[in-house]
Design a protein around this ligand. Structure first.
Ligand SMILES: Nc1nc2c(c(=O)[nH]1)N[C@H]1C(S)=C(S)[C@@H](COP(=O)(O)OP(=O)(O)OC[C@H]3O[C@@H](n4cnc5c(N)ncnc54)[C@H](O)[C@@H]3O)O[C@H]1N2
Ligand code: MOO
Ligand SMILES: [Mg+2]
Length: 421
């Protein structure tokens, strides 16, 4: 149904800059609660607390070679012409402790990773020694001087006790999991994943398991968004699609806002007769943050707050929906997770081919970054219209083209936003 009285605001929109729109959203995003999960499950999650080293690492002096623990002083003046003989008095496999106190002239056979006897100040590799036996006693022959400290990993070489291992807000990846395991942090405090409801709107939408019908298309945005939510660290909840009916949409969106932390809708935000989301955010119990951004694709991207919860009403056009999520919903989810920097990385790269489309708004053009002869080149997608879906899969960057009425030549430097891979 077309709601005549509510559509007026749709046409009188005040466009805000992307950065201003982001700044309007961020104060409404609150840090989620902490939960403790098993280390093995924590990959990709965001640390909720600083983690302090409960002990130095390593916590004992250990050998970095298979060989002999020695008193380096014994090797003074030793050379090819003046070899020395040292008696092997102990064997220290990895995981065992030294059992005999070394005195001058004695050594312990020791394996990589085993605890070095306190008296020893160096380890010499097997390969530098010659075994020798005399009257049932074992000796090694050595032909060079050994410096103190050789092949011994000192206590706390990697970290001292009490040092911060990882700061809160850190995303847990390969290296982080390894260090947490080393320190016995088997339960990890992480921020709960924000629960994000996804609702696609549009009477033209078919379910992905439905046969094609003339004039109708399958709902792809829901599945694109669900994966974007997952990549951003959120928990996607796919809700039933809504046809273009304001009353139903209002009821479903309101319900979703009570049940989930964030609601993302797609479609119906422009000025069309059935663009219900545009009307919904003008209702008096909803605080509209913005409904136009100086951005393409996605100029009609809209955000609103109801009872402290964020509603992202993204465009239905797949390209605009994709960009709208990355620019606005991703950092918002990141802020709820306490991610140190929730924005995608930005840098400059060389434009690979001339870009000649002009616009009064900044364009976020999907494109492909390639390293060619050590140079970082970015190529805009051939098809980058807002309604094009097919090139999203081939893009790993957004190329930022500022408002201009001139083309940007190949070879010029442009701002690039790295898309998650
Ligand atoms: N008179 C004007 N018309 C339009 C304007 C304008 O300024 N004046 N802006 C255009 C721009 S730019 C965009 S972007 C779109 C935005 O449209 P909406 O956000 O209202 O989205 P819909 O109208 O619902 O759908 C647009 C397009 O996307 C398809 N769609 C919708 N949902 C999905 C989905 N879940 N999966 C796949 N595809 C979807 C839909 O079928 C339409 O083709 O408005 C322009 N018009
Ligand atoms: O809002 Mo549209 O995506 O600018 O093309
Ligand atoms: Mg529309």
């Amino acid at each position: 149904m077309h709601h005549e009285g509510l559509t007026i605001d749709k046409f009188k929109r005040k466009a805000v800059l992307v950065s201003d729109a982001q700044n309007l959203i961020m104060p409404h995003m609150h840090l989620g609660d902490t939960e403790w999960i098993a280390l093995a499950e924590s990959g990709g999650r965001i640390l909720a607390e600083d983690v302090i080293a409960p002990h130095p690492y390593p916590h004992f002096r250990r050998s970095s070679m298979d060989g002999y623990a020695i008193l380096s002083n014994d090797t003074k003046g030793c050379s090819t012409d003046k070899p020395i003989y040292l008696e092997v008095v102990d064997e220290i496999p990895c995981g065992s402790l030294p059992s005999i106190k070394l005195v001058s002239g004695t050594v312990s056979r020791i394996m990589t990773g085993a605890k070095v006897p306190d008296e020893a100040d160096a380890v010499i590799m097997f390969e530098m020694t010659e075994p020798n036996e005399n009257r049932g006693r074992r000796y090694i022959q050595l032909k060079r001087e050994i410096k103190p400290g050789q092949n011994i990993t000192p206590v706390g070489q990697e970290l001292a006790e009490g040092e911060i291992i990882l700061n809160k807000g850190r995303k847990l990846g390969t290296g982080e999991l390894s260090v947490l395991a080393t320190f016995g942090i088997h339960k990890v405090p992480v921020i709960k994943k924000p629960r994000v409801a996804i609702i696609s709107t549009g009477s033209e939408l078919l379910g992905i398991d439905e046969p094609l019908q003339d004039g109708r298309i399958r709902n792809s945005n829901t599945f694109m968004l669900a994966n974007q939510v997952r990549e951003a660290g959120g928990e996607p909840h796919i809700l039933k699609m809504i046809s273009d009916d304001l009353t139903i949409a209002k009821q479903r969106v309101e319900e979703a806002l009570t049940l989930y932390d964030v609601v993302i809708t797609t479609g119906g935000v422009s000025v069309g007769d059935y663009d219900i989301m545009a009307d919904l955010v003008t209702e008096k119990d909803v605080e509209k943050l913005f409904n136009k951004v100086t951005l393409r694709p996605g100029s009609v991207t809209t955000a609103a707050v109801k009872n402290g919860k964020l509603l992202f009403a993204l465009s239905g056009n797949p390209g605009a929906c994709f960009v709208g999520f990355e620019l606005f919903a991703r950092p918002a989810i990141g802020r709820m997770l306490g991610v140190t920097n929730p924005f995608l990385p930005e840098y400059r790269a060389e434009l690979g081919t001339t870009y000649s489309k002009t616009n009064k708004f900044t364009r976020y053009v999907r494109g492909r970054q390639e390293i060619v002869d050590g140079r970082v080149l970015v190529y805009p997608a051939q098809l980058d219209e807002s309604n094009v879906m097919i090139t999203i899969k081939d893009s790993n960057v957004l190329i930022v083209i500022p408002p201009s009425n001139e083309s940007i030549e190949a070879g010029e430097m442009v701002k690039v936003i790295k898309l998650p891979s």
